[in-house]
Ligand binder design. Structure first.
Ligand code: ISJ
Length: 307
């Protein structure tokens, strides 16, 4: 595993705190939460409970819209105590949280990838600054409608989230892979998967698709400010890096990470951020473990009580 993590920084005053199993940092507009779920034979219930805490904290702290989630899942393609794949077990708990708690926002943009560590780390970015729209891809079945052959409960996420705010809009692209309809395409073919992934991204962020969702904007691969690429096999890293650096021509920070992915037939996955008019809370990068993403920053900061 090549260690990696994103740190979101703010020019404003930042507060930190801890509530239940959650640790958080916030400025005026954004709330960042991280939580670690220890390894166990079955994770669905713990995932459901952590999501309940996340929904409660975002609700009462006044940052009601979850614009982005990252899930770093240990042994993602391994089996739990019942023989169910860990990722599918995770999806059961998450789907239950959405069904039972019915949060007041659409499906959030998300990433769900493997981690070299054990357990599950969930990182959340929520906001109260603007209007958030969930974006789907007309060439892909919404993940929350995947059929049960991919697991007892479908994954709960949207293909992207578009945040309209006075300081400049932000598009959060979910982890995107070589899936058409609900099926993995180009199984075993790295370049086929990468091409299809890039096509899916172009479709999601393109003008016709955004217009369909009531969003006024038109973007392409050259507009990305942050790109993170997850690659299943270390030997594929150089080839994937060459393609990505050639197509993401807007000189974004392109970061490659070796990671297992949510379906064992997926070889590559790409996520990213477009900051319209450059108005993104700055993103810094530092070497760290993905499965501990966010934790060191939060631990070093003075902890204050929750409001
Ligand atoms: C690649 C896919 O899903 C992955 C899993 C996600 C999750 O479970 O949160 C989100 C995006 C991707 O990281 C997909 O289904 O297209």
């Amino acid at each position: 595993m090549i260690g990696s993590c994103d740190t979101w920084s703010s020019a404003d005053a930042v507060g930190t705190g801890a509530e239940w199993s959650l640790r958080y940092t916030h400025d005026d507009d954004f709330l960042s939460i991280s939580v670690f779920i220890p390894p166990s034979g079955r994770c669905a219930e713990a995932v459901r409970d952590v999501y309940a805490e996340i929904f409660a904290l975002t609700g009462w702290s006044g940052y009601p819209d979850i614009c982005r989630l990252w899930h770093y899942i240990g042994d993602i393609n391994g089996a739990n105590a019942d023989g169910l794949e860990t990722y599918r077990d995770f999806c059961v708990g998450r789907a239950r949280a959405f069904e039972e708690l019915r949060p007041p926002f659409g499906m959030p943009a998300a990433t769900g990838v493997g981690s070299s560590g054990e357990g599950i780390t969930v990182c959340v970015l929520a906001t109260r600054a603007g209007r958030l729209t969930a974006i789907e891809n007309p060439d892909q079945v919404p993940a929350y409608h995947y059929p049960t052959r991919y697991g007892p409960r479908p994954p709960s996420f949207a293909r992207a989230g578009y945040l309209e705010r006075a300081e400049g809009d932000v598009l959060f692209l979910s982890g995107t892979a070589s899936i058409v309809g609900h099926e993995t395409v180009h199984v075993g073919d790295l370049h086929g998967q990468l091409d299809r992934t890039l096509t899916n991204i172009r479709t999601v962020v393109g003008g016709p698709n955004l217009a369909r969702h009531g969003v006024d904007g038109h973007f392409g691969l050259a507009d990305f400010d942050r790109v993170k690429v997850y690659v299943r096999h270390a030997e594929h890293l150089p080839a994937v890096e060459a393609v990505c650096r050639a197509v993401f021509t807007g000189d974004p920070a392109v970061e490659l990470v070796r990671a297992d992915l949510c379906r064992s037939d997926l070889l590559v996955e790409v996520e990213g951020v477009i900051a319209v008019r450059g108005a993104l809370p700055r993103v810094l990068r530092r070497a760290d473990q993905p499965d501990r993403a966010g934790a060191p920053t939060l631990a070093q900061a003075p902890v204050v009580s929750a409001p």
